[in-house]
Design a protein around this ligand. Structure first.
Ligand code: HEM
Length: 286
């Protein structure tokens, strides 16, 4: 099919071309903006987004990165960072719906954080500050617990680049492929204990503080040299989004809406998540 340029191969080729064109367009526009900003640089604030940063860097030979390289950076980060975080939030909100006591604790934590701002801290457009997001220990625990049970990447695979012996003695010849099931690891009694099927954010807390687990136990972000590059950013982004929504709204899954995973590279919900939002009353926001 690939050689004949027919069927799904033809569709794939066209789709890849469209994705590339989109990325090249973003790069073109950013280059133009940056060159204009250079002219008025005194007045302009320096950009710190990833693409601008990569554009200002040089490779090992002292040359700027090529457009192809920048395209791959763009596409890679969009693929790695967009659906993984959004899908994790969908499962998180669904789990909160099934565990109202957890939702109550999350909201209580946010209420305390807002209270600490003191008088006049909350105006009409309250936006959580980075130092406040950092303080959301219970929310971080609840998001980790959601990722344990519903990891955005449910199955991952690797290939031995050299002959290798795994810690348990398994011999792997160069080129052997290995699959590890992150979804299954998150639900194994031998790893997480008897309550492994329960949604218990408390298992991530030590004296009320979030305590992370080894990446080889909690593998949702992979481990070792290829650990997810966006892990810290993903937590920040998910905490910020979840906190901003939960502080203002009750999120209720529509009655009868069927929630079931769709097996793909990313663990989407087969039918998405239908919810209704209702404003929390002023007393709750206080
Ligand atoms: C809940 C959110 C996320 C989850 C669960 C997640 C999970 C993962 C996993 C399992 C891998 C390893 C894939 C492999 O073995 O090849 C990975 C790699 C990666 N992730 Fe994430 N990710 C998340 C969010 C993000 C975000 C927001 C970004 C960027 C802004 C990002 C950037 C990357 C990159 C660049 C890699 C490749 C790292 C490498 O191969 O050296 N991820 N992520």
């Amino acid at each position: 099919m690939r050689f004949l340029d027919l069927g799904s191969e033809r569709t794939l080729k066209r789709s890849l071309k469209r994705v590339d064109e989109f990325a090249y367009q973003v790069i073109r526009i950013r280059k133009k903006e940056l060159s204009m900003e250079l002219e008025f640089s005194e007045k302009m604030k320096k950009r710190s987004d990833l693409l601008s940063v990569f554009m200002s860097l040089k490779d090992d030979n002292g040359d700027s990165f090529s457009d192809e390289f920048l395209r791959d950076i763009c596409v890679n980060f969009i693929l790695a960072g967009r659906d993984t975080s959004s899908v994790a939030l969908a499962w998180f909100f669904w789990l909160l719906n099934k565990n109202p006591e957890v939702e109550e604790r999350v909201v209580e934590e946010l209420r305390m954080i807002v209270k600490e701002r003191g008088v006049g801290g909350e105006d009409g457009e309250m936006v959580f500050r980075p130092e406040e997001v950092k303080k959301m220990e219970y929310l971080q625990a609840a998001l980790s617990e959601a990722l344990r049970l519903y990891p955005s990447v449910p199955v991952d695979h690797k290939q031995a680049s050299e002959d290798e012996v795994l810690p348990d003695g398994t011999v792997m010849k160069k080129g052997t492929r290995i699959i590890y099931a992150i979804y299954t690891m998150g639900r194994m009694e031998s790893i997480w204990g008897k309550d492994c099927r329960e949604f218990k954010p408390e298992r991530w807390l030590r004296d009320g503080q979030f305590s992370s687990e080894s990446a080889y136990k909690f593998a949702a972000f992979n481990g070792g040299p290829r650990l997810c590059l966006g892990k810290d950013f993903a937590y920040y982004q998910m905490k910020f989004v979840a906190a901003s929504i939960l502080h203002r709204y009750r999120v209720k899954v529509v009655d009868g809406h069927l929630v079931t995973p769709k097996l793909a590279l990313t663990m989407y919900m087969k039918h998405g998540l239908k919810v209704t939002l209702s404003k929390r009353d002023d007393e709750t926001l206080g």
